[in-house]
Design a protein around this ligand. Structure first.
Ligand SMILES: [Zn+2]
Length: 341
């Protein structure tokens, strides 16, 4: 019996040495330390042995059990350590590599110009009024003195929704009607910035979406002199203190009289270059005195109130400020373009 125990120990330890994975180790445990293992049988059968053999066999069997348990624990630890080691190296985590730097976001050039424009107007007492981008035909055209079949509508083809008379605004001007109807008969000094849409062929000069900043002042005794003075003040704050401006007669259905304001070319200073097409002037905005019919549609009596309005394309201004020659860059999401600002 004692020999049998010695052989059992040799066999068990040899097999334990060959167990090289978790499954093999567990199988070994069942085979040698399990409830129906040979050793368990021997321990169970102790009382059937002759009395004088019992103590020696019992002692050795218990000794064997302790040895096997210790050997198992040691093998188990070694295999866990090896597995940990393997996973650490196997996943290739090299802590000596420098970390990846986070790229910082930056302002889109269209937005930074919008903010700059809003800041200048805020200094002059104009509030920002947010108006909707989805408009009705009536607000976008009709109430702005462009009834159906008005020829001016040809310049403003847009995107229509499936709902009759609902469209994407072609300009920020419908906001004039909305702010007037909300504030009448209080005086108004607001700018209305935001995205506008037109159904156009996309070229270097025209996009189907662009930001405009509309401005509106309504009150008593507002004259064309106020319009010119205010817009000149804006140009000086926005571009440079000694910038030259000029007003040219123009026509818009919702202002009377109407004008366009040019500023001295920012690139050549008025001498003439490719950016200003040799004229020395850059067109910045359209403006005029609010048409009496529009004032009336907004809820103001045109015999008592007067006002001026203007509208500028902020991408156009950004293009002049940074000499960008293609408007398509603004919405193309090309990092090479955006990273320059
Ligand atoms: Zn020029």
């Amino acid at each position: 019996m004692l020999d049998r125990l010695t052989q059992l120990e040799e066999r068990a330890l040899a097999e334990l040495g060959n167990a090289d994975d978790e499954a093999g180790l567990q199988a070994w445990k069942v085979k040698y330390l399990g409830r129906s293992a040979e050793l368990a049988e021997i321990l169970d059968g102790l009382r059937t042995l002759p009395k004088e053999e019992r103590p020696a066999v019992g002692r050795q069997a218990n000794q064997l059990k302790a040895n096997l348990e210790r050997a198992f624990a040691a093998r188990d630890d070694a295999m866990r350590a090896a597995a940990l080691e393997r996973s650490l190296w196997g996943e290739g985590l090299d802590v000596t590599l420098p970390g990846r730097t986070l790229t910082r976001g930056r302002m889109h050039p269209a937005n930074s110009t919008l903010r700059q424009i809003a800041r200048v107007w805020a200094e002059m007492g104009f509030q920002v009024y947010r108006s909707r981008e989805v408009e009705t035909d009536e607000t976008n055209f009709g109430l702005l003195n462009m009834p159906p079949h008005h020829p001016a509508r040809d310049q403003w083809d847009t995107f229509y929704t499936r709902q009759e008379g609902v469209l994407l605004r072609t300009h920020t001007s419908p906001g004039q009607i909305r702010v007037m109807r909300e504030r009448a008969p209080e005086p108004i000094r607001v700018i209305l910035p935001g995205m506008c849409y037109r159904y156009e062929q996309i070229t270097a000069r025209s996009e189907i979406q662009f930001n405009q900043v509309e401005g509106l002042a309504v009150g008593h005794n507002i004259t064309f002199a106020d319009l010119k003075g205010t817009l000149n003040a804006f140009a000086r704050r926005m571009f440079s203190q000694d910038i030259q401006t000029r007003f040219r007669a123009a026509h818009f259905p919702f202002t009377e009289p109407s004008a366009e304001m040019d500023i001295e070319c920012l690139v050549c200073g008025g001498v003439g270059c490719a950016v200003c097409k040799g004229t020395g002037w850059l067109e910045v905005l359209g403006c005029g005195m609010v048409h009496p019919a529009v004032l009336e549609n907004g809820g103001y009596d045109p015999h008592v109130f007067s006002g001026f309005a203007f509208g500028m394309g902020s991408e156009r201004i950004t293009m002049n400020l940074h000499r960008i020659d293609d408007i398509r860059y603004f919405w193309a999401n090309d990092m090479r373009f955006l990273e320059q600002f």
